[in-house]
Design a protein around this ligand. Structure first.
Ligand SMILES: NC(=O)c1ccc[n+]([C@@H]2O[C@H](COP(=O)([O-])OP(=O)(O)OC[C@H]3O[C@@H](n4cnc5c(N)ncnc54)[C@H](O)[C@@H]3O)[C@@H](O)[C@H]2O)c1
Length: 345
């Protein structure tokens, strides 16, 4: 066994697994506890592609993970499994802790004890930088802004864990880096901005870009529906298409020693940054609709802006996103229509 993808029935994992299986990386095993309802839908795709699968809860079953890694000694583990919703972390911090911290340390300990040559790539989040309220923000008609020539947040920003989700992703992120420092493991951390694209079964509180695209498609197809946006709608994110992320993970396998022990901000960058209002304006024009919304209070610790400065990963891996948000959103809309997921929003 060469590659293990944890959380491989989730959005990022299924895209990674399917793409890997089509090219040189055929020797893959996917692990998932299928805790997310939509994971079962993706499981059928794995079966069709003849990708091996094991149902394991990484947080609850360290012995099963130990046995598997001892036996297979994989070259790389892509650790994508986790609790992903901020709102769930506030409702159930213990579940969030188990899903993100406990599962990560279970994997790290197993590698340390039984398979030191295995590399680990961990999907972290830009939430490790907190709400970034130490910056001052201006407002234009459609977005928050720091200054016109602001190029994005680098990895030099200080860590500031806020909300249980911020704490659990941040702790896991730090453990992963520390196991490179203290135990000499080959581990890499990718701090992701919002990822979007096909097979993302977004919900109200996870996958905002897809959610609003689906609302717009629903409005176009059959039902005029007023929906909520949080805060002023001027929050900015640098969105990145899943195909760019798959490309990143594939490329990193070839340069794992160079990336090892480091954390990288990974996003769409300034040219792919947009606010909720800007997204809705784009959808109004592209789909020829007139979306109506109402405002509700901001989410706790919501960043006014997150734009990733991708310089470090470009320098070390020559990776940068290639898919523009306009092309990516059209792609997303096509998948939403095809999958009929707009009926569920
Ligand atoms: N999608 C994004 O925009 C984004 C942004 C920042 C960070 N990330 C990180 O990337 C990773 C993948 O995100 P995603 O969007 O694919 O999420 P997802 O929710 O679609 O997939 C996560 C998968 O992990 C599985 N899982 C959860 N807990 C598990 C456990 N204890 N044992 C085994 N499997 C478990 C779930 O069943 C699910 O299939 C996550 O760690 C997430 O925090 C994603």
């Amino acid at each position: 066994m060469k590659y293990i993808i944890t959380g491989g029935c989730g959005f990022v994992g299924i895209n990674l697994a399917l793409s890997f299986s089509k090219n040189v990386y055929k020797d893959i095993l996917v692990i998932d506890n299928l805790s997310k309802k939509t994971a079962v839908k993706n499981l059928s795709l794995l079966k069709k592609a003849k990708i091996s699968f094991k149902k394991i809860d990484i947080a609850k079953s360290p012995k099963k993970i130990e046995k598997l890694i001892k036996k297979t000694k994989p070259k790389v583990i892509f650790h994508l499994a986790g609790q992903v919703a901020m709102s769930t972390s506030i409702k159930d911090p213990y579940l969030d802790f188990n899903g993100n911290v406990k599962s990560t340390i279970n994997i790290l300990e197993t590698i340390r004890k039984y398979s030191k040559k295995t590399s680990l790539i961990f999907a972290s989040s830009n939430k490790v930088y907190g709400d970034l309220n130490n910056y001052s923000y201006k407002e234009t008609k459609t977005r928050f802004q720091i200054r016109k020539n602001f190029k994005g947040f680098s990895e030099k920003n200080y860590l500031d864990f806020k909300s249980p989700y911020g704490c659990s992703k941040g702790s896991a992120d730090q453990y992963v880096l520390d196991y490179a420092r203290v135990f000499g493991l080959k581990t890499v951390v990718f701090r992701h901005s919002s990822i979007y694209g096909g097979r993302q079964f977004f919900t109200y509180d996870q996958g905002w870009l897809g959610w609003f695209c689906a609302k717009a498609v629903k409005n176009k197809m059959y039902k005029k529906d007023k929906f909520s946006i949080t805060g002023k709608g001027k929050q900015v994110r640098d969105v990145v298409h899943i195909d760019d992320i798959v490309n990143l993970y594939q490329k990193s396998v070839t340069k794992i020693s160079k990336l090892s022990g480091k954390a990288y901000n990974i996003g769409g960058g300034k040219s792919n940054s947009l606010s909720i209002i800007e997204l809705l304006n784009f959808l109004n024009t592209y789909l020829n609709v007139n979306l109506k919304y109402f405002k509700i209070p901001s989410r706790p610790y919501d960043q006014k802006i997150f734009i990733s400065d991708n310089k470090k990963i470009y320098k070390d891996l020559m990776w940068k996103p290639k898919i523009s948000y306009k092309k990516g959103i059209i792609d997303m809309i096509n998948w939403i229509k095809l999958s009929k997921i707009y009926k569920n929003v």
